[in-house]
Design a protein around this ligand. Structure first.
Ligand SMILES: NC(=O)C1=CN([C@@H]2O[C@H](COP(=O)(O)OP(=O)(O)OC[C@H]3O[C@@H](n4cnc5c(N)ncnc54)[C@H](O)[C@@H]3O)[C@@H](O)[C@H]2O)[C@H](O)CC1
Ligand SMILES: [K+]
Length: 222
């Protein structure tokens, strides 16, 4: 199975968007729908979603929207500086605000306690904090959130990469979500192959990036 680096994935995303003309929000929507396809909606009714403020978080916001449309009970939490949200994160956040979905912005003990209460009673926790954009050790409030996720969830799904795992080496950067299932997009990232203990079952899902893009980037980056 072809495994790629985070840099190669970012280059493929960029080429698909800039050269082929597929809007990034379309890739994000495709990613969200692929995650929904991998959730047993007949059995999962109460779902806790924890989102970062990058595009991995943006995936999570789009997933939240589709879960709500499927009449699921969604507890949505966001961790990170909301002023630093990416373009696609903000598009999806704005949609949820227009749908009057309440979310909790985790900044301290009070919200961590609310998160814990949601985790202990839910059917599924979805980790959408960091993906291929993780660049350094996880610290502070992010570390507290991931520790709670690992302690109090009984069923965890990670979006693209377990948050805290280095997508290239499989190294744990301070702390990582220990998932039951990881839905990774387009091609498997090398780091996932090194850390089955943290990824759980790995499912690779297409998000609409043409084969040509993969070929061009891999030839360029050989
Ligand atoms: N259009 C696309 O490219 C698509 C991407 N997909 C998803 O996007 C993520 C990658 O998103 P990106 O915004 O590049 O980064 P992350 O969301 O992974 O990280 C967010 C942000 O966090 C900052 N950061 C990095 N390390 C730390 C840290 N230790 N502590 C705090 N903050 C940190 C950094 O600034 C990052 O930018 C990819 O995984 C996919 O899930 C779509 O799925 C498809 C389209
Ligand atoms: K993640």
């Amino acid at each position: 199975m072809l495994a790629i680096s985070c840099e190669e994935m970012k280059a493929m995303d960029f080429y698909a968007i800039e050269k082929i003309g597929i809007p990034s929000i379309v890739l994000m929507e495709n990613a969200a729908l692929r995650v929904i396809d991998n959730i047993d909606l007949d059995r999962m009714n109460s779902i806790t979603l924890i989102c970062g403020v990058g595009n991995n978080g943006g995936d999570g916001l789009a997933i939240a929207r589709h879960l709500i449309i499927n009449r699921k009970n969604v507890d949505l939490f966001i961790v990170g500086n909301l002023d630093k949200g990416t373009k696609d994160f903000n598009i999806n956040l704005n949609i949820l605000k227009n749908m009057e979905l309440k979310f909790i912005h985790i900044t301290g003990e009070k919200e961590l306690e609310i998160l814990k209460k949601s985790l202990v009673k839910n059917d599924l926790t979805i980790d959408s904090i960091f993906g291929i954009g993780l660049t350094r050790d996880v610290e502070d409030i992010y570390k507290d959130v991931i520790s709670l996720i690992n302690h109090y969830s009984n069923n965890i799904l990670s979006v693209d990469i377990p948050s805290g795992l280095d997508g290239d080496t499989g190294e744990i950067l301070g702390i990582s979500v220990k998932s039951n299932k990881t839905i990774t997009f387009h091609l498997i990232k090398k780091g996932l192959l090194e850390s089955k203990e943290y990824t759980g079952e790995i499912i690779v899902e297409p998000i609409g990036i043409p084969e040509k893009v993969t070929k061009v980037i891999l030839e360029r980056m050989e």
